[in-house]
Ligand binder design. Structure first.
Ligand code: HEC
Length: 321
């Protein structure tokens, strides 16, 4: 058999590395091309084990094929052990191998505190008041009276915001000196409303759409001030503080979270936070604050409106509907 230039020892090492790389990164990369999903499909650990075992068996056959092949394979190893690469290198190598093995054993054996997979109930209902079940977000579908009041405010350029936002809006008004305060978030519905105000004829549907934009704007601002640190800009539970908690802040873009619960339940969870959870939501205590202590009902509803909107989810419809 023709021996490869680099010797069969390094051929074996390279082959192992290449196969590992192909399975670990190559297959997921190709899967992404094939499925066109926005994420790669991971290779299960058992499959990796399988591929590596098969590669090892093939290499073993190659190495033990003949006495020369075996000699060729063992040559660098013998050279190392006899000090052919230098005594210092040999000492370092012989020290590194047991250390590495020891570290590996330590890594697998050391007990880790991880949240139990199934014991904790994420959406407990034992102390959830039934009366909250059918609650609807009043800021998601404003009443005629609210729309009428908003039209009057908009016409007079006297639209007001929740206090946390008002100060910044005032500062912006002083700096930018716009014709109308709503220009602050001039999306299509708002532009349409401003045009209708100018023309002197405002349609209620236009005003309703613009009012919804205003509610969302306030909700997003409140979210950024209060929730972002844990739940993240993207609402994926990856805010700058998220890694600090054993029980991670919830990823709202995940299908199993706020999409599976009715709005009234979300409202109750946000109001009562971790302290309001019953025992079945333990063993890990939730760091989720009790927002009823620092935010008004209006503010909490507006945040929930923004939370669903940012995560691009819709709440579950209550069963009675
Ligand atoms: C200090 C970090 C922290 C902050 C700030 C925070 N949360 Fe949470 N939140 C958590 C953690 C941790 C959980 C997961 C444990 C739990 O379910 O209580 C959670 C869970 C939730 C849930 C439950 C979702 C589900 O499907 O079960 C909702 C809803 C929620 N948060 C909304 C909010 C809103 C709205 C704000 C801002 C007003 C906010 N959170 C601010 C840490 C935080």
């Amino acid at each position: 058999m023709k021996t490869p230039r680099i010797g069969s020892f390094w051929t074996a090492v390279l082959t192992l590395l290449i196969v590992y790389g192909l399975v670990k990164w190559g297959i997921p990369a190709v899967s992404r091309e094939v499925t066109t999903l926005p994420f790669p499909l991971p290779v299960p650990g058992t499959l990796m084990f399988f591929y590596m075992m098969l590669t090892l068996i093939a290499l073993f056959l190659m190495i033990s094929f003949s006495d020369e092949a075996l000699d060729d394979f063992l040559r660098p190893i013998k050279k190392l052990l006899r000090g052919g690469y230098g005594k210092a290198f040999r000492a370092a190598f012989l020290l590194a191998v047991p250390l590495l093995a020891g570290w590996q054993v330590y890594e697998t054996i050391v007990p880790r505190a991880e949240a139990p997979v199934s014991l904790r109930i994420q959406h407990p209902s034992s102390n959830f008041p039934k009366s909250s079940e059918a609650l609807k977000n009043p800021f998601a579908s404003p009443t005629e009276a609210q729309v009428a009041a908003f039209i009057e405010q908009a016409k007079a350029n006297e639209v007001t915001f929740v206090p946390q936002v008002q100060e910044d809006v005032d500062n912006w008004m002083n700096e930018a000196d716009p014709d109308h305060v709503l220009e602050l978030f001039a999306s299509a519905p708002v532009k349409k409303l401003l045009a209708q105000i100018k023309a002197g004829k405002v349609e209620p549907e236009t005003a309703k759409a613009a009012l919804l934009e205003k509610n969302l704007f306030e909700g997003r601002a409140l979210y950024a001030m209060n929730c972002r640190a844990c739940h993240g800009d993207s609402t994926a539970g990856d805010g700058p503080m998220a890694d600090g908690f054993k029980l991670r802040p919830i990823n709202f873009t995940d299908n199993g979270t706020i999409e599976t619960i009715v709005e009234g339940y979300t409202f109750w969870r946000v109001a009562n936070g971790g302290p309001g959870l019953p025992v079945e939501a333990t063993p890990w205590d939730s760091a989720m604050p009790e927002w009823k202590l620092s935010l008004t009902e209006e503010e909490r509803w507006k945040i929930i409106l923004a939370e669903y909107n940012l995560a691009q989810k819709t709440p579950r419809i209550p069963e009675s509907h």
